[in-house]
Design a protein around this ligand. Structure first.
Ligand SMILES: [Zn+2]
Length: 155
């Protein structure tokens, strides 16, 4: 029983192996004060981008949405994903098997029971979601993103 529990935890934990992905250093980082974000964002967007909150499952219009186009950051408009990276993970959040390289950076999120790989926008620093290694090949990545902080532009 104890062994089984430990095994289960290790299995789940292995999907959260920390991966260090850095943003392109040529992207100029925004430095805005708290009031700027409170004026610009809705309450739920602020909670996600600035405080690392997670939207409820299936609450985003982008969860089951597969149009051709580009997804950018609600905070600063930097493009983060393209429609061909999107897949159905059945988790209740928009999921992508890759990202636009250089536009996101990972960090260690210590809010949960064990550390997770969170990721932020490379320009405004807003938290977008978590990177979990149970995605489709060839990347094996699931960029599990809060849909409320994405802005879709059709191709
Ligand atoms: Zn941003």
């Amino acid at each position: 029983m104890g062994g089984f529990t430990l095994f289960t935890i290790l299995q789940v934990n292995s999907k959260h192996n920390r991966i260090a992905i850095k943003a392109n250093p040529e992207i100029k980082k925004w430095e805005k004060d708290d009031q700027f974000w409170r004026d610009k964002l809705t309450t739920s967007q602020y909670a996600i981008l600035r405080n690392g909150a997670t939207e409820p499952r299936y609450s985003s219009k982008y969860t089951k949405f597969y149009e051709n186009g580009t997804y950018s950051c609600q905070g600063c408009d930097l493009e983060l994903f393209t429609g061909d990276m999107k897949y159905d993970s059945n988790t209740g959040w928009p999921s992508f098997s890759d990202h636009i390289h250089g536009h996101l950076e990972t960090y260690t999120d210590l809010k949960g029971i064990w550390p997770k790989t969170g990721y932020r926008c490379g320009q405004c620093g807003g938290h977008h979601g978590h990177l979990i290694m149970d995605g489709p090949q060839p990347t094996g990545q699931r960029w599990c993103n809060n849909g409320q902080v994405l802005k879709f532009k059709p191709a």
